[in-house]
Design a protein around this ligand. Structure first.
Ligand SMILES: NC(=O)c1ccc[n+]([C@@H]2O[C@H](COP(=O)([O-])OP(=O)(O)OC[C@H]3O[C@@H](n4cnc5c(N)ncnc54)[C@H](O)[C@@H]3O)[C@@H](O)[C@H]2O)c1
Ligand SMILES: O=C(O)C(=O)C[C@@H](O)[C@H](O)[C@H](O)COP(=O)(O)O
Ligand SMILES: [Zn+2]
Length: 363
């Protein structure tokens, strides 16, 4: 097992906005260096479930001479709420955080999204470093600078682009991650396989047992490959003016399912059904072969990810999908595939096409 850290580089809009995504073990000791010399105060934001880890990070920073404190926030999507951001702003204000101070996010994607949003908005932008502890957080949420919170109307409807100064993905933290969370993260890994890196799909198909072992070399390779896909895309198109939309494969329906289910579904599970839908849509308009569409079903099912959704929820899903960020006026837009690693966009002015594709995955 390799103890060497892997560094994947993300290129920003200017040289001082470049940052490293470090994948390895025992990375906490490298945090002070990543924060840099100007930082004095650090707020470590973590969920209740990771109190011990958050406290360890704070103590390490204290020992390194920083003034560090923690903010404990509600778990999972409960944390991506305006009132939670307001609580963090209050802590920052009451502790005199200046523009040269910093935030460290310790947790899954919900924490990095919320902490990134707080960092983007405090004094109009302070430094944030992400220490993702879930698979999904490592391969997706901590990279690329999308930050956000949910509103009653939908997922991630408020947010901004605020890239981190560094991402430290410590593989050891995955040892305590519940299995369903590992599986959820695998959905985003597989998404990267379908949109850009077919080797990911081959690895998952050939190593079904090792994929479920967070300590395996296969999981490490999958993590590094998925981060590389994301880093390449966001380095070219940070603000989603074109290419970055491919990272939204499966998310138009996926986010609508999360909303309809009041966030009781894991993000990756919803994206899994969303990818099935996008594949059926791609097939129905003659852009994706039967073989490639069916490959979605077999690979997602092999990991225990859901591939169908309730027939009676169509209208609610359609309402949710209209608020997707890729929509333009009344036009719904979907990321589709013209083949594996050949993503494209489908404009859908007529929802009957969507309904027909939905019948293929409705249960
Ligand atoms: N900004 C982006 O580009 C981006 C990309 C993908 C997903 N997201 C967002 O990320 C969120 C999903 O992320 P997630 O799946 O990590 O969910 P999450 O943050 O809700 O974490 C999932 C659960 O795992 C727990 N957990 C995390 N790490 C753990 C560990 N090491 N040990 C034990 N428990 C642990 C959490 O406390 C939580 O209960 C969604 O809100 C999604 O919208 C954002
Ligand atoms: O980074 C991106 O861009 C993505 O689309 C990655 C998605 O996996 C992620 O869930 C993202 O938060 C969705 O973004 P949104 O713009 O649809 O809210
Ligand atoms: Zn996602």
């Amino acid at each position: 097992m390799s103890n060497e850290a892997t560094v994947i580089k993300v290129t920003g809009q200017s040289a001082n906005e470049n940052y490293d995504v470090v994948v390895g073990r025992g990375l906490l000791g490298t945090l002070p260096d990543k924060l840099g010399e100007r930082v004095r105060r650090v707020l470590v934001i973590h969920p209740r479930a990771l109190r011990l880890t958050g406290d360890t990070v704070r103590d390490e920073l204290d020992a390194a001479g920083f003034t560090a404190l923690t903010a404990e926030i509600p778990d999972a999507e409960e944390g991506k709420h305006i009132q939670v951001a307001a609580f963090c702003w209050q802590v920052l204000g009451q502790n005199d955080f200046t523009r040269s101070d910093a935030i460290v996010a310790v947790g899954g994607g919900a924490v990095t999204d919320l902490a990134g949003f707080v960092a983007a908005t405090w004094l109009r932008g302070v430094k944030v470093i992400h220490m993702p502890t879930s698979l999904l957080g490592m391969v997706d949420a901590s990279v690329g600078g999308k930050t956000g919170i949910n509103t009653a109307e939908g997922k991630n409807l408020v947010g901004s682009f605020h890239p981190p100064a560094a991402v430290l993905a410590d593989l050891d933290t995955l040892q305590t991650l519940p299995k369903n969370e590992l599986i959820s993260g695998m959905a985003e890994v597989i998404k990267c396989g379908f949109i850009a890196d077919p080797a990911i799909l081959d690895l998952v198909e050939k190593n079904t047992d090792a994929v479920m072992d967070p300590g395996s070399e296969v999981v490490r390779e999958l993590i590094e490959r998925a981060i590389t896909v994301k880093a390449d895309v966001v380095s070219q198109d940070l603000k989603e003016s074109g290419l970055r939309e491919i990272l939204n494969y499966g998310h138009t329906l996926g986010h609508a399912i999360e909303l309809v289910e009041r966030y009781s579904w894991r993000h990756g599970a919803a994206v899994s059904v969303g990818m099935m839908f996008a594949a059926e849509l791609s097939r129905s308009v003659g852009r994706l072969s039967d073989t490639d569409a069916d490959r979605h079903r077999t690979i997602l099912e092999s990991l225990g990810l859901p591939i169908t959704y309730r027939r009676d929820r169509w209208q609610g899903l359609l309402d949710g999908m209209r608020r997707d960020k890729k929509s333009r006026g009344d036009l719904l837009r979907f990321v589709v595939l013209d083949g594996v690693a050949k993503p494209g966009i489908l404009d859908v002015p007529d929802t009957s096409l969507l309904f027909a594709a939905y019948q293929e995955i409705a249960s």
